[in-house]
Design a binder for this molecule. Structure first.
Ligand code: CA2
Length: 151
């Protein structure tokens, strides 16, 4: 059987990782996060497509693209998680398993970060575990896809 494809999407400002606010987000850059995901995917024997955009419309279009090519979506929606019903609607429309990741613990931060629209579409949410949350999300997503294929 073909290897499952998991798309890893990153929202606005995550291209700044490692350059500012290390006390909140750590020192890893987005390139480091991509390497963590590539290594996890090799270990798990799944394909990944890792992307970042600052544009809400582009993020929505990338979610749509997943419909006919991916088996799961891991998404750090960044601030769009807190604001974007368009992104939530896209995630609901594609009918794929979704895991939401936040590097920081959004519940220990400002009140406006406590709620995310995306989590309504997510099978699970990982937050506060730093960039290792991405590898954990890939592990959980792979398990979910394999469980679904066994049915
Ligand atoms: O903790 C996370 O992963 C967040 O999704 C990161 C978002 C934030 O809006 C969410 O509330 C939580 C921000 C991403 C911006 O990252 C930066 C990193 C370094 C310097 C500036 C921004």
């Amino acid at each position: 059987m073909k290897r499952p494809l998991i798309v890893v999407l990153n929202g606005p400002n995550l291209n700044m990782l490692g350059m500012r606010q290390p006390e909140v987000y750590g020192r890893a850059t987005l390139d480091d996060v991509e390497q963590i995901c590539i290594q996890a995917a090799e270990r798990l024997d799944v394909g990944i497509d890792f992307r970042q955009t600052n544009g809400e419309g582009e993020l929505v279009s990338w979610v749509h693209e997943c419909r006919n090519r991916a088996q799961g979506i891991v998404i750090n929606p960044a601030a769009y998680g807190h604001t974007s019903i368009a992104l939530l609607d896209a995630l609901l429309a594609v009918e794929l398993p979704v895991i939401e990741v936040h590097i920081s613990n959004i519940h220990r931060r400002e009140e406006f970060r406590h709620h995310t629209y995306c989590s309504r579409a997510a099978a699970g949410v990982i937050c506060g575990l730093g960039v290792r949350g991405y590898a954990l999300a890939l592990q959980a997503m792979t398990d979910m896809i394999l469980d679904e294929n066994d049915r």
